[in-house]
Design a protein around this ligand. Structure first.
Ligand SMILES: Cc1cc2nc3c(=O)[nH]c(=O)nc-3n(C[C@H](O)[C@H](O)[C@H](O)COP(=O)(O)O)c2cc1C
Length: 133
């Protein structure tokens, strides 16, 4: 079993990381191989709406743009579990979290009927941390 854990906080050792460390221990305790990624170490952008992922050729269902996120996207679709943690900034997850989600979901979403080009299954868990009263 492969689990990818992504910290979408710029702070590598604070609240979100603490929650994700516990998630890592949990995954390891049931024998999962874990890859932990600090999203803010990667240089990438969100979806550019180029729509190359919608073409009916070998680019279908694949994000065309190559940057630090590309290998991570491949690994996520090849994993059994994905755990993402993000702080809440002004009522929303961080901008990097959003950019990741745009890239991850748009490329596998069919424009014909809204179905998914992805035929595998990845179990997803999301943790948010926040502290405003
Ligand atoms: C730019 C910014 C905006 C924030 N907005 C909110 C908010 O809307 N609501 C909230 O409860 N906490 C907010 N917070 C607090 C963080 O969500 C909270 O401290 C979080 O646990 C930080 O996670 P980290 O320690 O992993 O960076 C904000 C913090 C920052 C830096």
């Amino acid at each position: 079993m492969k689990t990818i854990i992504i910290n979408a906080s710029p702070r590598k050792k604070w609240n979100t990381a603490e929650v994700l460390d516990a998630a890592r221990k949990g995954a390891e305790s049931v024998g999962s191989e874990v890859e932990y990624v600090n999203l803010y170490d990667l240089v990438f952008k969100g979806c550019r709406s180029c729509l190359i992922c919608k073409r009916k050729d070998k680019t279908k269902g694949k994000c065309y743009w190559k940057d630090d996120l590309s290998p991570l996207i491949e690994k996520i679709f090849d994993s059994d579990a994905l755990i993402i943690g993000s702080p809440i900034y002004f009522g929303q997850p961080t901008s990097e979290f959003r950019a990741l989600v745009e890239r991850l979901i748009f490329c596998i979403m069919s424009y014909d009927d809204g179905s998914s080009y992805y035929t595998g299954k990845v179990n997803v868990g999301i943790f948010y941390t926040m502290n405003a009263p």
